[in-house]
Design a protein around this ligand. Structure first.
Ligand code: ADP
Length: 224
């Protein structure tokens, strides 16, 4: 369980998150949907304790940071490092020993090659693989479906379901509602740093419809 209580975050005079209250239980998958700039990444950075914020984040885990896997939206790689070395660096940092990496290379990445030769999608899949191999209890995936092919997104969705069955806590963000629909138990909408109440599976269609209507109210004719 992770609970966020009255969390607000500003950059200078700009308020980016306003009074967020949310609880994430184990064995559930949560989605956060919102436009670019709505505050998803900032919320995740606060959860990973990479930002200073007002409010509280509590968990029944003594060492949340050490059990939290964070897929950032733009993962960072050292230059001149192979895929395999990247994975070992991240897993060693958590004191996790990875056996049979070849068999566990679920996205079939060329692990002996330099990451600098990877495509954007391959880099993302490498980052997902490393986060999964770290044996975390809590997972935050910032835009995980962005840039990966259909086959990989099907594999990743199946992995999410497996994590849920194993009782892990999973939080995913996306700016595209449809990518969250299948996997999530609850979806929250974030708009200008404010979080909606949770939408449960039976209200996903209603939420999607509402979001589509709102977007189409914008005067798209102006560009033509
Ligand atoms: P999202 O992930 O939903 O696209 P972000 O959390 O990245 O949104 O950004 C939310 C808002 O915070 C945006 O207006 C963005 O410009 C602003 N922001 C994010 N990081 C910084 C920063 N380091 N300094 C100033 N403003 C920032």
């Amino acid at each position: 369980m992770i609970e966020i209580i009255n969390l607000s975050k500003s950059y200078g005079s700009k308020q980016v998150l306003s009074n967020i209250n949310i609880r994430f239980d184990s064995g559930k998958i949560y989605g956060i949907v919102g436009e670019n700039g709505a505050g998803k990444t900032t919320l995740f950075r606060c959860l990973a304790e990479l930002e200073v914020y007002d409010g509280r984040i509590q968990s029944d885990e003594q060492n949340l940071k050490g059990k939290l896997g964070f897929l950032t939206s733009e993962p960072y790689y050292l230059p001149k490092i192979t895929g395999e070395e990247h994975i070992y660096l991240l897993t060693d940092a958590r004191k996790v020993k990875v056996d049979n990496l070849t068999e566990r290379n679920i996205f079939q990445l060329p692990l002996k090659e330099y990451v600098s030769n990877y495509s954007t999608g391959m880099k993302k899949k490498l980052a997902i693989t490393a986060v999964l191999l770290q044996k975390n209890e809590y997972f935050i995936f910032d835009e995980p479906f962005n840039g990966i092919d259909l086959e990989s997104s099907i594999i990743f969705s199946a992995i999410l379901k497996k994590l849920k069955d194993l009782g892990k806590t999973v939080i995913i963000s996306s700016h595209i509602f449809s990518t969250l629909k299948d996997s999530c138990d609850y979806i929250y909408k974030i708009e200008e740093g404010t979080l909606s109440p949770p939408f449960a599976k039976e209200s996903f269609d209603e939420l999607e419809d509402e979001m589509r209507q709102k977007i189409l109210m914008k005067d798209i004719g102006k560009i033509l």
